[in-house]
Design a protein around this ligand. Structure first.
Ligand SMILES: Cc1cc2nc3c(=O)[nH]c(=O)nc-3n(C[C@H](O)[C@H](O)[C@H](O)COP(=O)(O)OP(=O)(O)OC[C@H]3O[C@@H](n4cnc5c(N)ncnc54)[C@H](O)[C@@H]3O)c2cc1C
Length: 399
C-alpha cells in the first residue's frame, strides 16, 4: 500500500516510475489477501485525495467521530469526541476506517491505468548496485532496471534493506493480532472502542454497513502469542461468544462475518532510512505495534515527505536520487517515526498486564488526561496526523 501510494504521488509530480512487486496487484486486491481495515488519519486522507485514490475508496470509508479508551473492566475511560476539536476543525472526523481490500483495489486500478507507472509483478527485487548517475536493480527474472532512485517499500523483512547492509533494531512482541469483521445488531454511531485487556489492546473500529444493511465493525484483538492459535481454531459461534465476553452487550447480538486473520506483532526500526540511491519507506523502515492504528499512516507520511523532496529537486534540475536529497527526507521523517514508535511500544507495555499498582497508576493517568482539555486536544491532533511540519500532500496541497 505504501509503495503503491508513492508510485502514484511521484507520477503526479511528473516522474516516471517502475513498481515491482512479487505478488500480482489483482491477488493483493482480492478479499482473502488482507482482512484488515485501517484507521486512515485525517491528514493521510488529504494525501490520498491529492493522488486521486480517495475518490475510489470513499464509498468504503466510515468516519471516526468518537474514540473511547478503557482499561479492562474498569469503568474509567478516556473519551475523545470530534466535536471537541475546536471551531477550526468543526465537523471534521478524526479519520476514517477503510478496509484494506478497498485501498488495494483502488491502488490496483489506478496503478494499472497510470501512464507514468510501469507495473512489473510476480518478480522479486533481488540485488541493488548503486552507481552514478543511476543505480541498477536486478530482478529474479533476469531483468535489470536502472534509475536515479530506488525506493524499498518491501515491508518489515525488506530484502533491499538487508542488501544495503542497513541494520535495524527489532523484536517480536509476545502477542499476535487477530483480525476479523464483526456484524452487530446495534449501530456503532461512529465510535471506535479500544479496551486494554491483560493480553493486550482489543479494538472495535466502525465500518460502513454491508450492502444488506448489516452494521459492521473491524476487530483487532491482541492475544498472547501462545493462545492465539487456539483462538483461531474456535468455531465462529465460540469465537463470537469470546468477542462478546470482551465488550458486553454494547453492540447487541454479534457474529463473525467472513474469515479471520492472524498477524505476528513486531517492532522494527532501521538505523538509517537512506543509502546511496536508496530510500526506505513504510514498514521496511519502521514497523510498529498496531495499538494506535498508525503504521500505515506513518508510511503515508514517508510518502508525502519523500515525494516532496524528490519532486522539488527534480524540478530544480538537481539529482533527486542523490544523498543530499535523501538525507533531507530522513531528517524530516525520523523524529516523527521515533516518537510514535516509542509511544506505541510504551503504551503496549504499560497496559498489557494486570499488575495492581501499575493498573492503579495508569487509571489515575487516564483520569488526569480526561480532565485536561488542552492535552486531550493535542492527543486528538496527533491521532489526526495534523501536528508538526507537514509536507504539502498532507496539508491537502498539490505536490
Ligand atoms: C493487525 C494490524 C492492524 C493494523 N491496523 C492499522 C491501522 O488501523 N492503521 C494504520 O495506519 N496501520 C495499521 N497497521 C499497520 C499497517 O498495516 C502497515 O504499516 C502497512 O500495511 C505497511 O505497508 P507497507 O506497504 O509498508 O508494507 P507491506 O504491506 O509489508 O508491503 C510490502 C510489499 O512488498 C512486496 N515485496 C516484499 N519483498 C519483495 C521483493 N523482494 N521484491 C518485490 N516485492 C517484494 C510484498 O509483496 C508487499 O506487497 C496494522 C497492522 C497490523 C498487523
Amino acid at each position: 500500500m505504501v509503495g503503491g501510494a508513492l508510485a502514484l504521488a511521484l507520477a503526479t509530480g511528473g516522474l516516471a516510475v517502475t513498481l515491482v512487486d512479487r505478488t500480482p496487484l489483482s491477488a493483493m486486491a482480492a478479499a482473502p489477501y488482507d482482512g484488515r481495515a485501517s484507521a486512515v488519519a485525517y491528514a493521510s486522507q488529504r494525501l490520498l485525495a491529492q493522488i486521486g485514490l480517495w475518490q475510489l475508496v470513499e464509498h468504503a470509508a466510515e468516519p471516526i467521530l468518537d474514540i473511547r479508551v478503557s482499561d479492562g473492566a474498569s469503568s474509567l475511560f478516556l473519551h475523545y469526541d470530534h466535536r471537541d476539536l475546536g471551531a477550526k476543525m468543526a465537523g471534521a472526523p478524526f479519520g476514517w476506517i477503510v478496509e484494506n481490500g478497498a485501498i488495494r483495489q483502488g491502488l490496483a486500478a489506478m496503478l494499472e491505468a497510470a501512464p507514468a507507472v510501469q507495473v512489473l509483478s510476480q518478480v522479486r527485487a533481488e540485488r541493488l548496485t548503486p552507481g552514478d548517475p543511476l543505480a541498477e536493480l536486478a530482478l529474479d527474472d533476469g531483468t535489470v532496471l536502472a534509475a536515479p532512485l530506488v525506493v524499498a517499500a518491501d515491508g518489515t523483512d525488506s530484502r533491499l534493506r538487508g542488501q544495503a547492509r542497513i541494520a535495524a533494531v527489532q523484536w517480536r512482541y509476545p502477542q499476535d493480532g487477530i483480525v476479523c469483521t464483526m456484524g452487530h445488531e446495534a449501530p456503532h454511531d461512529g465510535i471506535a472502542h479500544e479496551r486494554f485487556l491483560p493480553a493486550g489492546p482489543f479494538a472495535v473500529l466502525p465500518m460502513t454497513d454491508a450492502p444488506d444493511g448489516t452494521h459492521r465493525s473491524s476487530i483487532v484483538w491482541t492475544e498472547r502469542e501462545k493462545r492465539a492459535p487456539g483462538m483461531m481454531r474456535l468455531s465462529d459461534a465460540a469465537f463470537g461468544a469470546e468477542m462478546q465476553r470482551r465488550f458486553g452487550d454494547w453492540y447487541g447480538a454479534v457474529r463473525v462475518l467472513g474469515g479471520r486473520w492472524r498477524y505476528p506483532l513486531r517492532l522494527l526500526h532501521a538505523e538509517r532510512y537512506v543509502g546511496p540511491r536508496l530510500a526506505l519507506i513504510g514498514d521496511a523502515a519502521h514497523t510498529i505495534h498496531p495499538i494506535a492504528g498508525q503504521g500505515l499512516n506513518l508510511g503515508l507520511r514517508d510518502v508525502a515527505a519523500l515525494a516532496e523532496v524528490a519532486v522539488d529537486d527534480r524540478r530544480l534540475g538537481l539529482d533527486h536520487g542523490g544523498l543530499t536529497t535523501l538525507e533531507r527526507y530522513e531528517r524530516w521523517r525520523r523524529p516523527d517515526n521515533v516518537s510514535l514508535m516509542a509511544a506505541t511500544d510504551g503504551l503496549n507495555r504499560l497496559f498489557s498486564n494486570d499488575i495492581g499498582p501499575v493498573r492503579l497508576a495508569r487509571d489515575l493517568g487516564l483520569a488526569a488526561v480526561e480532565r485536561m482539555p488542552g492535552l486531550k486536544r493535542l492527543f486528538m491532533q496527533h491521532a489526526m496526523g495534523t501536528v508538526g511540519d507537514l509536507p504539502r500532500l498532507l496539508r491537502g496541497e498539490a505536490l
